[in-house]
Write a protein that binds this ligand. Structure first.
Ligand code: NAD
Length: 261
């Protein structure tokens, strides 16, 4: 437990399921007050909020499309109206569209960039404005991916969005470090969430992916949430502009295992 988180207020985007859901629930267990953003899955977000309230915590579910600036502002306003302040912003919402690059439509490219990169920019901008206007030593965490580092054929849209997110994290961290506003990223590897449901439903594909991981297993959303809780807390008070990889070693070129190469 990170006792300094008690009573602080967090917004987590894309918290209706998957990693965002696990992160928001973990922060609520740390006694934070939570704004659970969802885009379309109201039931998913509301279920977690109801459970948190039943256990004596405080949370609210809010619809917002992270690619729209006015929706992002709604999340800031909700945090302030419900809980009086904002301490932590987590840009987690994300999506991917698979296609060979020469067949990738501009529409799909724009969708992925708008949610993953522009959404992260808009969330970051709104949080920064709140922190600066209110003289807050705020904290921002961006959910990136191993694909900010590992190129991924057939996912040029996704890789470009996460590569962009990496430099956005580093640039903003440097820009606001003297205000004690920290900005970090988490780069998950292969995690068992709805984004991968189809892929992991097939045991052969599941194994193929697990074989890309030196630890030989797929990660759990809770393992990503643990990194988020640490980055949110004062235990990481001197860490900014960094990326924590939660990937079972996936970025370590596993093809070179056992002396190969
Ligand atoms: P998921 O599909 O299970 O959840 C994604 C969430 O983002 C959902 O709640 C969805 O509703 C929300 N979302 C999508 N578009 C949105 C929009 N326009 N506005 C608001 N919310 C929106 O995926 P996940 O695996 O939980 O992924 C969460 C984050 O982690 C993403 O940024 C993803 O790129 C990243 N990530 C996931 C993995 C993995 O293996 N699961 C690996 C690396 C990075």
């Amino acid at each position: 437990m990170y006792t300094d988180l008690k009573g602080k207020v967090a917004v987590v985007t894309g918290a209706s399921k998957g990693i965002g859901n696990a992160v928001a629930i973990r922060l609520a267990e740390e006694n934070m007050k939570l704004v659970f953003n969802y885009n379309s899955d109201e039931a998913g977000a509301q279920k977690a909020v109801d459970e948190i309230k039943k256990q004596g915590g405080d949370a609210v579910a809010v619809q917002a499309n992270v690619a729209k600036e006015e929706d992002i502002q709604k999340l800031v306003d909700t945090a302030v109206e419900h809980f009086g302040t904002l301490d932590l912003w987590i840009n987690n919402a994300g999506m991917e569209k698979e296609a060979p690059t020469h067949k990738l439509s501009l529409d799909d490219w724009n969708k992925v960039i708008n949610v993953n990169l522009t959404g992260t920019f808009l969330g970051t901008k709104a949080a920064l404005n709140y922190f600066l206007d209110n003289d807050k030593q705020g904290n921002i965490i961006n959910m990136s991916s191993v694909h900010q580092q590992i190129s991924w054929p057939h996912f040029a849209d996704y890789s470009a969005s996460k590569g962009g997110s990496k430099l956005l994290t580093e640039t903003v961290a440097k820009e606001y470090a003297d205000k004690n506003i920290r900005v970090n990223a988490i780069a998950p590897g292969a995690i068992n969430t709805p984004i991968n449901a189809k892929k992991f439903a097939d045991p052969e594909t599941y194994q193929e992916t697990a074989d890309l991981v030196p630890m030989k297993r797929i990660g759990k959303p809770g393992e990503v949430a643990s990194a988020a809780a640490w980055l949110a807390s004062d235990e990481s008070s001197y860490v900014t502009g960094d990326t924590i990889f939660v990937d079972g070693g996936m970025k370590l070129y596993p093809a070179f295992n056992n002396g190969r190469g």
